[in-house]
Design a protein around this ligand. Structure first.
Ligand code: FE2
Length: 153
């Protein structure tokens, strides 16, 4: 029996990955200044990874009896690096939530798909964490006392 809820969730993930492919590629075109040296390849690699994820999703959707979407989700544009990174973070968070929803819609007969999604969720979580660090939304807290002790020893 076709699991339409799972296919719908995978198609939502696919639309986000298609948006990621375009958005990150566009950011790699537009990033300027000395940061371009670092962020052009960064955005290019993110776009390629979104392409790989979109490919996996399209193949999986067909395997489950569905039709992959051709509609990307909202594509955000910017010329400022800080805003580009925030837009990437927003997209990755949406993708992570969508993969979790897809995981929830797997039945007990779909364990291999569930395991595949668990690996995907892990990958997306790493993207979110890295972008949270790049936007400084996530920072380590270092105790001043500990720094002092280290300096003494
Ligand atoms: Fe992804």
């Amino acid at each position: 029996m076709t699991n339409t809820e799972l296919i719908d969730n995978l198609n939502r993930a696919l639309s986000l990955e298609l948006a990621g492919m375009i958005q990150y590629l566009h950011h790699s075109f537009l990033v300027t200044g000395t940061e371009r040296e670092v962020y052009r390849p960064f955005f290019r690699a993110q776009s390629e990874e979104a392409h790989a994820h979109a490919t996996m999703l399209g193949d999986k959707i067909v395997a489950l009896g569905g039709t992959p979407t051709v509609e990307p989700a909202v594509i955000r544009q910017s010329t400022g690096l800080a805003e580009m990174l925030l837009q990437g973070l927003e997209l990755e968070r949406e993708a992570l939530n969508t993969y979790v929803e897809a995981w929830r819609s797997c039945t007990d007969d779909e364990l291999p798909t569930r395991f595949q999604l668990e690996e995907q969720i892990h990958q997306e979580q790493l993207h979110v964490e890295e972008l949270e660090k790049l936007t400084s939304e996530r920072q380590a807290s270092v105790s001043k006392e500990r720094i002092t002790l280290r300096q003494i020893s």
